[in-house]
Ligand binder design. Structure first.
Ligand SMILES: Cc1ncc(C[n+]2csc(CCOP(=O)(O)OP(=O)(O)O)c2C)c(N)n1
Ligand SMILES: [Mg+2]
Length: 753
């Protein structure tokens, strides 16, 4: 392969790019200049010394040989990932000029960046680690063989999924959280003048999620809030097969409010160095978002499997290959008198050998061989530690400082409705967790649309309770990014319907992080969402959303939904403990219709108001509550509004029909407590699931499946769901969501009365 005479299949561009490099050097004359002292600073290279340039070159060569190896491994069936960094090796400059402590959320073409960063962090074996990840070996130090991701704890690089642009909102969130963490007095995870680096491709600039991140960064800067965020667009002019319109990235980004624009040559280290350095230093010292537009070229197609000849001519492919940044660095290094062509070839071949040795090692390294091992980091669960954490109470004085005198502690007050109890519960959690913060739309002065967070802004100040801009993707990204800096986010999404337009931040990002980092990174979060229907005809679909399908299938996500205020407080304490101890992400679905509910059976009976549970009391994950436990005729399994309805239905069933129903509030919808479900089903042999979620995608499907699988014909089980429709305004709403009468009717059916 290294000989120019060797005939190379012209479809094998990897071999051709490899050969081009070797040929260039075999034919290159030594520089007529005297040899330069490598310690000398090269004014023309932004202050890099000759030695710096030689090291950067080696990082580029490492990235190149890794890409070449990935394709050989794939051909042998031992490697499973071929998206490469070839042509993007100019990003080595970023690895050089950023600090290894600058948190970096990286594009998938970051081989040279990381090779360069690895040089600055003791104990790294970057080549071995990369080969292990190509081979999906369980020894891959970042993902444990779950995916090829760029990531490393010692290098401060959390792994990214391959969803285009979805890492940008959390990069904004992390940049914003730097100052907040400091204001809250948290131990710094990165130095005070640290920055957050985030890279992505040119086509990705157009993605809604990227646009929203640019907007959020500008929105904060517009208010003089520091946003030390380096946004690096590695512009190779194409996204898979679709060219970016020439000039579009610059036209779109040059004049964004709040964002400073820099354009650098990413094909030539010498030409690009000064601007890259300046962009980074500007970001670091001015604490402003910087958009660094790095011009690169994509070689070897989008990935190994990409038939580039379908959309590029041979001439276009060759023209791109002529711009190979490694050829440019080689010419520079020779012309500057830093290395002879022969020396460069020695280095090139030595790196090839190192990579090949790492390939041999990786190919025989252990793989993931059990489902249990794969799942291990997905939903960590240490119930004893969670229990201890949820039970932990803070010294009384800390509470008195916030609530005032003893008599004003919430547990001393008369029973209250859910909104008031959650409000006090949140205050106690803000006291207990000084690193926690509540944020979302309208949560600050207004106290949320339902006043659940009323007064918290005044009590805890704007560093702990604050409004965000109106964008759910940004809200969730802020939570994820803040958690990376040790904060404990409690974001609020105003209505379940509006979770859906940002759900990828939970599905693709928050819940995937422990999985893809083998539990080395975590972004704990308790996400409060105003949820469910029964708004007495007001609000229509968007304020009565009852679709939880998109939550139920997110791996590892905990779903909690209380039906009464005291439960809400106790459950929320467990949720914070789950986040704190196990790094979990929790969706806490608060039933809007029950926020202000005071009564159960009759007007003014006050039976849906409850006393505030003293700190430390909590409800363990999965624990339900059984009402009317001595009832033997049937079991109603339900939650949230369904509990309130079912208790009323149970009274009618008993009084008018002589049917005694026990009613089970599941409280936790994911994971489901199968033991509870089965025990309660067996207790009566007849089950009605009252699920205000939709017939398709609601939780009843899963409950019936569990009962059917495990108890088969032993139990007669039916379900009552909302219909598969959007919810209309007015009284018509009640035609599509279960009512008390429906519960009674279906219960009688199941009971065969
Ligand atoms: C949200 C999303 N949509 C589609 C894809 C499939 N996809 C992967 S890479 C890519 C093109 C990205 O182009 P660009 O941002 O320019 O990066 P490049 O690969 O050129 O470096 C697409 C469409 C994806 N990963 N994520
Ligand atoms: Mg591109």
């Amino acid at each position: 392969m290294s000989s120019p005479e060797t005939a190379v299949n012209r479809f094998n561009r990897a071999a051709i790019v490899d050969r081009n490099f070797v040929t260039l050097l075999e034919n290159r004359q030594e520089s007529p200049r005297a040899r330069r002292d490598p310690d000398e600073v090269l004014e023309e290279a932004g202050g890099l010394s000759g030695n710096d340039l030689i090291e950067l070159f080696e990082s580029q060569i490492i990235a190149r040989h890794q890409d070449l190896a990935s394709r050989q491994m794939r051909a042998r069936g031992t490697g499973f990932y071929t998206i490469g960094s070839t042509g993007h090796e100019g990003n080595a400059l970023l690895g050089r000029f950023t600090r290894p402590t600058d948190l970096a959320f990286l594009h998938y073409r970051s081989g040279a960046f990381l090779a360069e960063r690895a040089r600055q962090v003791p104990g790294q074996d970057f080549i071995r680690d990369t080969m292990l990840s190509f081979a999906a070996s369980a020894d891959d130090p970042i993902s444990g063989g779950r995916h090829k991701v760029w990531g490393s704890v010692p290098m401060h690089v959390p792994p990214q999924t391959s969803t285009i642009a979805s890492h940008l909102p959390k990069a904004v969130g992390a940049a914003l959280a730097l100052r907040r963490a400091k204001r809250l007095g948290l131990a710094a995870t990165i130095p005070d003048d640290g920055i957050v680096v985030c890279s992505f491709g040119d086509a990705s600039v157009n993605h809604a999620v990227a646009q929203t991140a640019f907007n959020a960064a500008g929105w904060a800067t517009h208010q003089q809030i520091p946003v030390p965020l380096l946004l690096v667009c590695e512009d190779n002019g194409i996204g898979i097969s679709v060219p970016s319109p020439p000039g579009w990235v610059e036209a779109s980004m040059r004049n964004r409010p709040g964002i400073l624009y820099f354009a650098a040559d990413g094909l030539d280290l010498v030409a690009g160095a000064a601007v890259v350095r300046e962009a980074i230093e500007t970001c670091r010292h001015r604490r402003r978002p910087v958009f660094l537009h790095l011009k690169v070229v994509r070689l070897l197609g989008h990935a190994g499997s990409d038939p580039e000849t379908e959309y590029h001519t041979w001439e276009q492919i060759e023209a791109a290959e002529a711009k190979d940044p490694l050829l440019t660095t080689a010419r520079r290094v020779v012309d500057l008198g830093l290395m002879t062509p022969a020396k460069i070839l020695d280095v090139y071949e030595a790196v090839r050998r190192r990579v090949q040795e790492a390939v041999v090692h990786a190919e025989s390294a252990p793989k993931l061989t059990s489902a249990a091992r794969i799942l291990e980091p997905l939903a960590p669960c240490r119930p004893d530690a969670v229990h201890a954490e949820a039970a932990r109470v803070v010294p009384r004085e800390e509470r008195l400082r916030v609530f005032g005198e003893e008599s004003r502690l919430p547990e001393r007050a008369a029973p209250k409705h859910m909104a008031a109890l959650i409000n006090a519960g949140l205050a106690d959690l803000l006291i207990k967790y000084p690193e926690s913060m509540i944020f979302g739309e309208d949560v600050a002065k207004k106290g949320g649309v339902y006043y659940v967070t009323a007064g918290l802004h005044a009590k805890f100040g704007p560093a702990r309770v604050f409004n965000t801009l109106l964008d759910e993707t940004t809200i969730l990204g802020m939570g994820i990014g803040a958690a990376h800096l040790g904060l404990l986010p409690i974001p609020e999404i105003q209505y379940l319907a509006y979770y859906h337009n940002a759900e990828d931040q939970v599905r693709g990002e928050a819940c995937s992080l422990q999985f893809f980092s083998n539990a080395q990174y975590r972004n704990p979060m308790v996400l409060r969402i105003n949820s469910w229907g029964y708004q007495k005809g007001f609000g229509g679909h968007f304020h009565n959303d009852n679709s939880i399908a998109a939550l139920r299938d997110v791996p590892g996500l905990v779903i909690a939904t209380p039906a009464r205020g005291d439960d809400a407080v106790r459950m929320m304490r467990t949720c914070l403990a789950l986040a704190k101890v196990d790094g979990r992400v929790i969706a806490f679905l608060e039933p809007i219709a029950l926020y202000m509910m005071k009564d159960l059976h009759e007007e003014k009976d006050g039976r849906w108001q409850f006393s505030y549970p003293p700190p430390g009391e909590h409800i363990p994950l999965g624990e339900g509550r059984v009402y009317e436990e001595d009832a033997r005729d049937l079991t109603i399994l339900t939650f949230a509004n369904g509990l309130h309805m079912s208790l009323r239905a149970a009274r009618t069933l008993a009084e008018r029909h002589g049917v005694r129903a026990r009613v089970v509030d599941l409280r936790w919808l994911n994971p489901l407590n199968e033991t509870l479900i089965l025990d309660q089903a067996k207790a009566t042999g007849r089950v009605l699931v009252v699920d205000e979620g939709r017939r398709t995608g609601g939780v009843a499907e899963a409950i019936l499946a569990v009962i059917h699988e495990r108890l088969g014909g032993e139990v007669r089980a039916r379900r009552l769901n909302s219909l598969d429709t959007y919810i209309p305004l007015g009284a018509a709403a009640n035609l599509v969501i279960p009512q008390v009468d429906d519960v009674v009717r279906e219960a009688l059916n199941v009971a065969e009365r």
